[in-house]
Design a protein around this ligand. Structure first.
Ligand code: NAD
Length: 490
């Protein structure tokens, strides 16, 4: 298959890279099998990509192993220059990439553009960070020897990513892996493989040597990833996806005691106190709930609103939700695209039915429109029972359940009543209260009077069953290193 390395023009979807990218070469799956890729706004097949076998997965490990020593020994500045070129190429192709993301994922173009900018930023951030991987030297407390600590690449990394941010979840792992001197194999989600292959093209063009980044798509994720995690040359797993699959992979990784970074599911509370600026809270709610149509691990999943301001908040929020333009993500006026597939749309519909059967009141939305594509209406539910399933499970769709609370203590108890702990949103006019509540909510990240936390320069990650480790910031670079301690005296 021809793989164009020419600058991608906006609207050019011909000859998309769709074969496996192994050792710097594009090749079909050894079995010749392909996987269909769908447009969620039409339910039609756009194209197909290679369906890797276990042998193909191991061939990618072979390629990563062959390139490992050379890449680890490459000067940090040279690695940084390549990442900076990748940042520039992504930025140059931003509009084309945004449209590609929108085609295979369904998200509205403004969200897709936001994702491309965010994703590219991980290459720039780690280009800057990779030349600052400083070690430490100190005197042992006994005075007998020096303690030297050096950060070395952890080794070959398997990167597994979800479909909801197909570019950003890949660059958030590839950026630090390359900056730290690791070679890697990216296994993107089956729903959004085209963006991953577009990233491979960009990285190759930026000068990443053959075998340093390999990309394999497969419809047999379980066996292919398992085989890689049982190959003794693999030393790192960086996974972003559901807690359910994360648990399976942690067990797989245990056999070889592989170093794991896990970015898993969320169940973000959005707490509005009665002293909050309600208009600002509604602005924040629109971002926290509706970015990516609710298909984000950081999406506000449960709205806890103090009783005195609940009606005002719900009414203003409903006005904004009703006004959203629904349609194919890549249409210029669309603000809310379809969900990624029928399974996601049906799950959202069943969560809403369950809440309504337990007494929830539909303020706006509440059903899937009669049209082609995996659409669901922007929905607000009030008087939601704390027992409703959607208060405990990730909704991953444009549905906002509102639950009333009376006291600060109760808000904290409700916010913490979950196995997850990725992010929480808190709106209050009292900074002391905001900080007090932020300290007590069990969550890796808090957005205080803001609807967005994601920032390449900040440590992103969760506590409890939302994950292990952090991505972004300097923390994300250290996840791809091992601290080597050398004891010596002189
Ligand atoms: P998923 O867990 O179904 O899939 C994630 C990846 O794992 C995909 O590449 C998939 O093909 C692969 N996979 C599935 N089963 C596997 C198996 N048995 N063995 C190996 N790999 C397997 O998640 P998804 O539906 O693609 O994405 C949505 C989930 O991702 C949500 O739970 C969301 O919260 C989470 N997410 C978390 C973050 C974060 O940073 N914490 C970011 C984005 C998404």
């Amino acid at each position: 298959m021809t793989q164009s390395s020419a600058i991608r023009a906006k609207g050019d979807f011909e000859n998309l890279a769709s074969d496996l990218f192994i050792g710097g070469r594009w090749r079909p799956a050894s079995s010749g099998e392909r996987i269909d890729v769908y447009d969620p706004s039409t339910e039609e097949v756009i194209t197909s990509v290679a369906n890797a076998s276990i042998e193909d997965g191991i061939a990618a490990v072979d390629a990563a192993a062959a390139a490992a020593a050379g890449w680890a020994a490459t000067a940090p500045r040279k690695r940084a220059d390549i990442l900076m070129r990748a940042y520039a190429l992504m930025t140059e192709r931003a509009e084309w990439l945004a449209e590609l993301i929108s085609r295979e994922n369904g998200k509205a173009l403004p969200d897709a553009r936001g994702e491309v900018a965010y994703a590219a930023e991980f290459f720039r951030w780690y280009a800057e960070e990779g030349v600052r991987l400083n070690g430490e030297i100190s005197m042992a407390p006994s005075g007998n020897n020096r303690i030297i600590v050096q950060y070395q690449p952890v080794g070959i990394a398997v990167l597994v990513t979800p479909w909801n941010f197909p570019a950003a979840m890949a660059t958030r792992k590839i950026g630090p892996a390359l900056a730290a001197g690791c070679t890697c194999i990216l296994k993107p989600a089956t729903e959004t493989p085209l963006t991953a292959y577009a990233m491979a093209e960009i990285l190759a063009e930026a000068g990443v040597p053959d075998g340093v980044v390999n990309v394999v798509t497969t419809g047999k994720s379980g066996p292919v990833i398992s085989a890689m995690l049982h190959d003794p040359r693999v030393r790192k797993l960086s996974f972003t996806g559901s807690t359910e699959v994360g648990r399976v992979l942690l067990k797989e990784a245990a056999d070889q005691v592989i170093n794991c970074s896990m970015e898993l599911g969320g169940n973000a509370p959005f707490v509005v106190f009665d002293d909050a600026d309600i208009d600002a809270a509604v602005d924040g709610a629109m971002i926290a709930k509706m970015r990516n149509g609710g298909e984000a691990c950081t999406a506000a999943n449960r709205f806890y609103v103090q009783r005195g301001v609940l009606e005002a908040f719900a009414e203003k929020f409903a006005t904004r939700m009703k006004a959203l333009q629904v349609g194919p993500g890549y249409h210029p006026t669309t603000q809310l695209g379809p969900l990624v597939n029928a399974k996601s749309r049906d799950k959202v519909a069943s969560l809403v039915s369950d809440a309504v059967s337990r007494g929830a009141r539909v303020v706006t939305g509440g059903s899937a429109p009669e049209r082609k594509g995996f659409y669901y209406e922007a929905t607000i539910l009030a008087d939601v029972s704390p027992e409703a399933a959607l208060v405990h499970e990730e909704i991953f769709g444009p549905v906002a359940p509102i639950v009333a609370f009376d006291s600060e203590e109760e808000a904290i108890r409700l916010a913490n009543d979950t196995e997850y702990g990725l992010v929480a949103y808190v709106y209050t006019g009292d900074l002391a209260r905001g900080l007090r509540v932020s300290e007590r909510i069990e969550s890796g990240m808090i957005a205080l009077n803001r609807g967005l936390v994601s920032d390449p320069a900040a440590p992103f990650g969760g506590v409890k069953q939302s994950g292990l480790g952090r991505e972004g910031a300097h923390h994300g670079l250290l996840e791809f290193t091992e601290a080597k301690y050398i004891a010596t005296s002189w």
